[in-house]
Design a protein around this ligand. Structure first.
Ligand code: ZN
Length: 102
């Protein structure tokens, strides 16, 4: 794991609810203002726990960080305010995702 993988340009991802039900499901208590708003594409992962950078099972190279996805709201919390991390290998088009939480 000596060579850093490619880093994609960074984009903030924001939720645009497509129904009243979706809008009502969004949000967390006021004590956690950034929770639910940490979704983004590209850049580098904001690991909650120790860095866990996957290796492609086919070419054995470090995978590229693609996105981190936050929970929609308190009713769909990912463990304890966790995030889903998504990685891709641009040579093999293999992906890997996992959750880290507090
Ligand atoms: Zn690969």
């Amino acid at each position: 794991m000596s060579i850093e993988s490619k880093i994609l340009p960074e984009y903030k991802l924001e939720l645009l609810p497509m129904s009243a039900e979706a809008e009502n499901a969004m949000g967390f208590p006021m004590s956690t203002p950034d929770i639910g708003k940490r979704s983004r594409l590209g850049g580098t992962p904001g690991f909650i726990q120790d860095a866990d950078w996957p290796i492609c099972p086919y070419c054995r190279e470090k995978m590229t960080f693609y996105a981190q996805l936050d929970a929609i709201g308190d009713g769909y919390d990912l463990a304890d305010c966790g995030l889903i991390y998504v990685f891709v290998c641009f040579d093999c088009y293999e992906t890997k995702s996992f959750v880290q939480s507090y």
